[in-house]
Design a protein around this ligand. Sequence first.
Ligand code: KIV
Ligand code: NA
Length: 278
Amino acid sequence: AKPLTVLKSKQMKDNKEPITVLTAYDYPSAKLAEEAGVDMILVGDSLGNVVLGYDTTIPVTVDDMVYHTRAVARGAGSTFIIADMPFMSYHVSKEDTLRAASRLMKEGHATAIKMEGGAEIADEVAACVRAGIPVMGHLGLTPQSIHMLSGYRIQGKDEQSARKLLEDALALEQAGAFAVVLELVTEPVAAEISAALSIPTIGIGAGRGCDGQVLVFHDLLQYASPYQPKKFVKNYANIGATIHSAIEDYVKDVKNRRFPAEEHVFTSAGAGTASGPV
Ligand code: KIV
Ligand code: NA
């Protein structure tokens, strides 16, 4: 399939063709996502939780994002890559914002960036778009504001907060964002926003009315993700349990001298030289 573009993501919305997004954080996860045919790979700052072991995404740095985005870019082929702008990399000044965004593009080889927030960051979004950087917005539960939001709660439950979400989404579209993530938003509110916008919405825990869906790699695979189970996640595999038992078997085999066995051993001087496979 031809790689996704900003233009094509808009056409997919218009054609009611769901857009698939998955996070990835390194070469193998990106390669697997690309080979399985996801439309876009998100290098989420969720890597703070699932890869670096932090409690929140707040400690994630621009350096962390550049490092992981570069690794993803090596595995992603020509897949569209969005890299998260981490906490406080787009709130201090426009110079700061553009410098961080520039690093994700030039050093990380991202195709686009993502920022959390609505009308209050519209100027930052517009500045990046003016520089030729596609920007994805992110509304609803915005994990970088977890301490202001007082925990991981469903957003847009009352009329006032639902209206605020819609206004923020429209402000992002107006500022030039090419898409908006809606995280932990009730299904009717996410559907209303999706209908009001001409750019695609990508939902996570936001129901069936969004133009696309995104999941965290480690959640989808149950790959030692710290916050299982989550209602909005469908588990497609239990990789963590598979890895756990494989490592346990390895440890037992070595302890019991079942590994290495005869077939793993070089018994003659000629074996395993440059002339044959090791
Ligand atoms: O960091 C992340 O993985 C995200 C998605 C959950 C949208 O922002
Ligand atoms: Na994120």
